[in-house]
Design a protein around this ligand. Sequence first.
Ligand SMILES: Cc1cc2nc3c(=O)[nH]c(=O)nc-3n(C[C@H](O)[C@H](O)[C@H](O)COP(=O)(O)OP(=O)(O)OC[C@H]3O[C@@H](n4cnc5c(N)ncnc54)[C@H](O)[C@@H]3O)c2cc1C
Length: 392
Amino acid sequence: MLVVGAGGAGLSAAWSARRSGADVLHVTKGSKASCNTAKAQGGIQAAMGDDDSPAQHAADIVASSHDTADPALAGVLADEAPGAIAWLEELGVAFSREGEGYRLARCGGASRKRLLQVGDRTGHAIATALRRALDADGAHIHDHTALVGLERRNGHFRAELDHGGERVQVEAGTVVLAAGGRCYAEARRAGILTTNQPGATGEATELARALGAEVRDFDALQHHPNGGVWPPPLQGYSIPETTRAYGALLLNNAGERFVDELAPRDTVAAAIVRECDEGRGLETPDGRPAVRLDTTRIDPDIAAEVIPYMLRRYRAAGCDPLADPILTYPVLHYQNGGLVIDSAGQTTVPGVFAAGEITGGVHGRNRMMGNSLLDCAVYGRRAGRAAAAAAG
Ligand SMILES: Cc1cc2nc3c(=O)[nH]c(=O)nc-3n(C[C@H](O)[C@H](O)[C@H](O)COP(=O)(O)OP(=O)(O)OC[C@H]3O[C@@H](n4cnc5c(N)ncnc54)[C@H](O)[C@@H]3O)c2cc1C
């Protein structure tokens, strides 16, 4: 079987497919480390608190999606979240602790504190642990090898791969598409900033659609409410939403709050845009609209633990977020919709499975922060397992 993509979803799929005894060919377009997963900072959601439950987590997903998420897919995601955390810990991911338990933050749209973190490099920690586990298992990832063609022949698939300009054709019984979203390409087209890495261009989705795979909510692209807009080295940087969870406030040019900082992502992003459109925003020195994110309200001791990477990046660019508010504006971030899947990751084309940002339904038209890394671990493993079983 063929696994396409080496972000959280593809790595999880390859891991579980191998555990199911499949012969896996694993390819990825760029270097082994290049993926959106590795850029994820904020954290991963799981109902671990005493006051929380998977049912509450699932209800928050559906409410934040404004009732557009598939309740069955959201339910599986929430139910399997604590198990996914245990699995990641077995692979060596060390989630930040507080006292006897995990350090849990409340993220936008959540009714409970539910966000586990590894400092502010959560995605990097998860991707690194998964690659190490695969490596220790003797698995090989073929990097700089892009899927450029996919045909279905007599119940099998013929995939065309591009390795540095050399074209190779391979046969596979089943395929897991874990090639991520397309926000880098969309941002380039629109001339706007994005948090995404350059490999997020969406061609694997188009190959699946050409085979007849259905998509849903495909037009629903998510803006991260807090993109960096100044200074220039931070333009397009995703300021961790944990800044707001740990006390940072959004302020307009009069120094007034204008939104609940912990509302769902689309609500916060829309409020910032409205504030600027109606003349209550600020302007960066290069003329971009912005509002202030008052990060000076975060306790410095907590900041040193929860946003050390962000502090290093801003300070290296000459700004100290603990001394002065920083400028922010929404940036293109995530593809909410994508390939239709069932709870095993099966698309509407038999034999083609999918997991992660390339899929639609799990988060509806508005994903909550912290649920995408979880999606990779839960549905990546499900898709890998099911594709291995279907490959025979
Ligand atoms: C800056 C940033 C911060 C984020 N923070 C968080 C967070 O705190 N919590 C959270 O839950 N989510 C967060 N997200 C979202 C989350 O990280 C991603 O949505 C998720 O990790 C996507 O995983 P994936 O495996 O589906 O895709 P990716 O991690 O993007 O991996 C896709 C892989 O497919 C490969 N690929 C693409 N096309 C092809 C092709 N044609 N052939 C072969 N390979 C191909 C790519 O090279 C890459 O290896 C963040 C995203 C960004 C960009």
